[in-house]
Design a protein around this ligand. Structure first.
Ligand code: CNA
Length: 322
């Protein structure tokens, strides 16, 4: 009798242990289920109003479709096509020391890139759609082509982090000019000179290597901690400090990369600061990073559709006066 009782106790204990194991397993599977967002789930989130403070980080890749080459794309990127400028190193074209001595290569390029020659792309219109739907916190662009403005992104919603062609300044006396004031000279391949001090070169307000970033760039310090979604498009994220801003959003903020190659994955950029870790797309513990690899224009058209903004997009295109 005693033996049977202790056998029953042992069996019950075993069952209890098995139950406990099952519960533990289902809890851990629940943790795994709180997994990362996707391109699709983020679009759905925008559609149902889950994201209301969206920050955009954009780069040269978003303007390639309008005819402006980016920097680093193999074969087509600007850095691979600078032979005609006879530069000591590719970055010299945007180096302030070099510019002051030899401004011609920059102005030859400026003639090609001057605002007015290019139209915004679907990605630029998408920024406008975010703004019109009151979910845009801010667009941070590295681009100098002013296409965000042309798409109707309002000045207070836009941070041109590396400056732009919109205005220009005399490097000698700091007199300010509008881009239209110097356009004639640039188009005639003439170096624009200041009409006040008579000697200074008038340089478009693009941030060159060796110059400080525009005041507005520092808005990121209060913007990024408030974001609930970060969308990064058409950038290699290799220019710092801009590239490091992906780390400035809260840990709970979803981050979506839309680019034709993966960038900044697991500190692939080799940031020296250990806090800069990059995207975690492929890691098991990823709970916030999503990616859509491919042409950003195609991806954004798909995204616009998934957000339920197709009609609005078509209307916007019709209304645009380009
Ligand atoms: P980058 O380093 O050349 O990177 C561009 C990224 O976009 C790369 O990862 C490309 O693979 C990717 N890309 C290119 N085409 C597409 C496409 N169609 N779809 C998806 N992805 C694509 O340029 P960044 O912007 O990262 O570098 C910062 C520099 C570039 C800034 O200082 C800018 O001033 C400068 N820049 C600006 C312009 C412009 O204003 N349009 C043009 C060229 C360079």
């Amino acid at each position: 009798m005693k033996v049977r009782r202790s056998k029953r106790i042992r069996e019950r204990k075993r069952y209890e242990e098995q139950d406990l194991m099952k519960i533990t397993k289902s809890i851990s599977s629940l943790t795994i289920k709180s997994k990362a967002p996707t391109f699709k789930s983020i679009a759905k989130g925008i559609r149902n109003g889950s994201y209301r403070k969206i920050i955009i980080m954009a780069g040269a890749g978003i303007s390639v479709a309008s005819g402006i080459p980016d920097f680093r794309s193999p074969k087509t990127g600007l850095y691979n096509n600078l032979k005609k400028y006879n530069l000591p190193y590719p970055e010299a074209i945007f180096d302030i020391q070099y510019f002051v001595e030899k401004p011609q290569p920059f102005f030859t390029l400026a003639k090609e890139l001057y605002p007015g020659n290019f139209e915004p792309t679907p990605v630029h219109h998408f920024f406008r759609l975010l703004q019109d739907n009151n979910v845009l916190k801010r667009v941070y662009t590295q681009n100098i082509d002013t296409l965000e403005r042309r798409a109707g992104v309002l000045p207070h919603k836009l941070v041109e982090s590396h400056g732009s062609f919109a205005n220009a300044t005399c490097v000698n006396c700091s007199e300010e000019y509008d881009c239209e004031d110097i356009k004639k000279d640039v188009m005639k391949s003439k170096i624009p000179r200041c009409k006040y001090c008579k000697e200074g070169i008038i340089k478009p307000n693009i941030t060159f290597f060796g110059e400080g970033l525009p005041e507005k760039f520092w808005w990121y310090e209060s913007d990024f901690p408030k974001a609930d979604l970060l969308i990064v498009l058409g950038t290699s994220l290799s220019v710092l400090p801009f590239g490091s801003l992906i780390e400035k959003v809260p840990k709970t903020c979803h981050r979506l990369l839309i680019n034709n190659v993966e960038v900044a994955v697991n500190n692939s950029l080799g940031y020296k600061d250990p806090k800069l870790q990059g995207f975690k797309f492929n890691e098991k513990n990823n709970t916030r990073d999503a990616k859509k690899i491919g042409d950003c224009q195609k991806s954004i058209l798909e995204f616009i559709q998934m957000c339920g903004w197709e009609k609005q997009y078509k209307k916007l295109l019709k209304k645009s006066k380009y």
